[in-house]
Structures are given as structure tokens and as C-alpha cells.
Ligand binder design. Sequence first.
Ligand SMILES: NC(=O)c1ccc[n+]([C@@H]2O[C@H](COP(=O)([O-])OP(=O)(O)OC[C@H]3O[C@@H](n4cnc5c(N)ncnc54)[C@H](OP(=O)(O)O)[C@@H]3O)[C@@H](O)[C@H]2O)c1
Length: 410
Amino acid sequence: MNDLNDVNDGARGGLSNHTMKGLSILGCTGSVGVNVLRIVDAFPGRFRVVGLAAGGNVERLAQQVAAYRPRVVSVSNRAGLEALGRLVDLAGTRAVCGPDGMVEVATHAEASTVVASAVGAVGLVPTYRALEAGKDVALANKETLVMAGELMLRQSQARGGRLLPIDSEHCALHQCLEGRRPEEVRRLVLTASGGPFRDRAAGTFDEITPAEALCHPTWSMGRKITIDSATLMNKGLEVVEARWLFGVSPDRVDVLIHPQSIVHSMVEFVDGSVLAQLGVTDMRLPIQYALSYPERWEAAIPGMDFTQPMRLDFDLPDRDRFPCLGLAYQALARGGSVPAVLNAANEEAVTCFLEERVPFTAISESVEEVMTAHPGSPISTLEDVLEADAWARARSREALARRHSVRASR
Ligand SMILES: NC(=O)c1ccc[n+]([C@@H]2O[C@H](COP(=O)([O-])OP(=O)(O)OC[C@H]3O[C@@H](n4cnc5c(N)ncnc54)[C@H](OP(=O)(O)O)[C@@H]3O)[C@@H](O)[C@H]2O)c1
């Protein structure tokens, strides 16, 4: 196992004098992005928002620009840029758009930390460029690590920027591993709520609607990750993420269903001791930890209330009803381009399911079909990743179109 503390050297970039930290936020208008700005607000004088990058929600972005006056702001296209200019005074803010605009936000000279909280593959290139520019990256956008984990790690180590996990499970592991040597660790245990269909009969999965799948029992999140939580693909992506962040082999990353979402994850050490991190289900907690690390700051979030009755249940995931989890392990085992293919096929399938064009079960089926068809190739550059991503999207659209026409003809 890599020593996380090598990558995340506590001495570097420390905030002991509370110097103002320059932040660029990719995906500032999303569920994580908005919570990042709540942390900025909760700690006046500790952060300066240097860059904001959004997709299409220009109304929310305009409010953020007015409040934080960043140096640079980016939206996904030119129409969005023009709309933004009509909504807010951009004096003193450079306004850009498209993939290059996002890279500009991610690499701005005054940003020392980039929060990667855009959803999906769109975050890949800017996050990579941020690491290449030596920035610390507070990472929520797990898809980028699934696509290009080895390249990201290499860039982080070569340029000295730390990869700090925001995902609550990985934040828990980060905390439990603090100060530990790799050889002391037996296994990492990621917990999963099990999603809304934890107890639902497999025979009814074809009837699941997007509205039902969007009702997560314990977390309020963006649409894509909520569907991923319902299929357990989210946990599969997290297994890949943990493999890269903490340098463990996949056979030492386990998953347990824990419906209460109180234990965010655990580390079992070689002596049999288990350290767990517990906390309320509020994303501000892991976001704050990533941004304050290696310090801990007094939080405005209420802590755990142990005076109330509480249960901690743990169970094994049902890999037959939730095949996406097994597919992620398979992708890791095959390595190279296969995790990028898994991710791209999943993104396409989730979009299609949300548009009500294919049934819920088509997500795992089409991902499996695309992965099986993929011969696998080594990944040495970002271009290799993008090529695998494009290949998988094309194959996935074919697979999904077939399933759509079957459904339409019923
Ligand atoms: N939500 C959580 O609690 C949570 C927890 C752990 C990890 N994560 C991870 O964090 C990431 C974000 O999740 P989320 O729940 O915050 O998603 P979300 O609410 O859907 O937000 C996604 C963000 O990405 C932006 N975006 C989408 N397409 C874009 C494009 N083409 N160019 C630039 N920006 C684009 C969106 O902009 P617009 O809204 O302006 O279009 C939005 O700001 C995901 O990778 C997820 O797996 C989330």
C-alpha cells in the first residue's frame, strides 16, 4: 500500500497560520459545489474563491459570481456565457467556456486547491491539468479516478499536489489510516447504505422508475450519483477510487451494507483491530476535512447524538441483484482501459434510464455487454483514456438503443 501520508504530506500546505487558501471549484453549482461554498462561508478569511466552473445552471452561477467575485468563471458553452453576462456584472472576472474554460479555472495561478466536484468524465482533463500544475485536488469527482487512476496518482506524485478525498467513505478511510504504515493494514471496508432497493425483489427491478431510484434513503445528492447508489455502481466506483487513493490491491477492499450510514467506512489492521469513522450524514463534514487537512476546525455542523436509540447493522451486498458492484471489481482486475470503459458505459446508461428510455436493469446489462466486447488496452496517456471512453460510449449507445426498441415494441 502506498503511504497516504506520502501523498498527503501534512507539513506541506498546512494552514497553521490560516493563510488564505485560493480555491477553484469545478462543478460549483452542484450538490457538492454548493456545500463547498457553505464551508467557505463558515470560515471567513480562510478561503478566497479564485475560480468557479459550472455546466448549464447560469442562474445559480450568476449568484455565486456576485457573492464571491472570482478571478475566472467558466460555463459549458457560449450560449451559457452570454446568458451569464446578462445576469451578472463580470467586471474583474474573466469569463470563459467549454472544456478549455474549465481547464483555465482548474489551473489558475492563484488557486492552490482545486475542488473537483463536477459530475462524470467532463472533470477528467481539468482535474489532470490541476495536478499537472501542482495543485492540491480535493476530489469528489470519483469518475475521473476510475478512468485514469494511475495517471492521476503519477501526476500527483511527480508534481507534489495532494489528492484529498471528499467522498465520505474515502474521507473516513483517510482519517482511520492517518499515521499508519501500509503493512499494518489488512483490509479497507467501504460501507454502503444499500440504496432505495436494498430489500426489493429482483423480479420487480424492471419496473423501477427514475422517480423511485432518485429517492435515496440517507443522502441528498445529484441525480447521477443517486442512480449509481441505487444500482450499487457508486460503491463499485468507490472500490476503484480506494484502490488508487490508498494503493491497496482490490482483494483488500471490501464492501458492507450498512443501512444507517453512520459508520462511513472502516480499516481493519493486521492485529484484528478495526478503526471506524462515524458521523452525521452531511457532506460538509468530509468537505471541511479535505479543505482543512491536516488540521481539524470547529464545525458548525451538529455532531452525533448518542442519547437517541441507534442501531448499527452490517450485511453483505447481494451481488446477484446488484451486478454493477461485481462489474467494477472485474474492471479493476482486468485493468488498463477497462475501468474507463465501465465508467463511460455506466454514464451513458444512467442518462438513458433517467430519460426513461430503458429499464433500470438495462444499466448493468449494457455495462456488462460493453465491457465484454472491449478487448482491453494499456493506458499510458490521457489520450488513451479518452479513446477508451469514446469507444465505450459509442458501443453503449448501440446496446442501449437495442434495449430501447425492445421496450418501445412491448
Ligand atoms: N453529492 C454528494 O453528496 C456526493 C458525495 C460524494 C461524491 N460525489 C461525487 O461528486 C461529483 C458531483 O456530484 P453532485 O452530487 O454534486 O452532482 P450534481 O449535483 O449533479 O452537480 C454536478 C456539477 O457538475 C457540473 N457539470 C455538469 N456537466 C458539466 C459540464 N459539461 N461542464 C462543466 N460542469 C458541468 C454541474 O453544473 P450545472 O449544474 O451548472 O449544469 C454541477 O455543478 C460526482 O462525481 C459524485 O459522484 C457527490
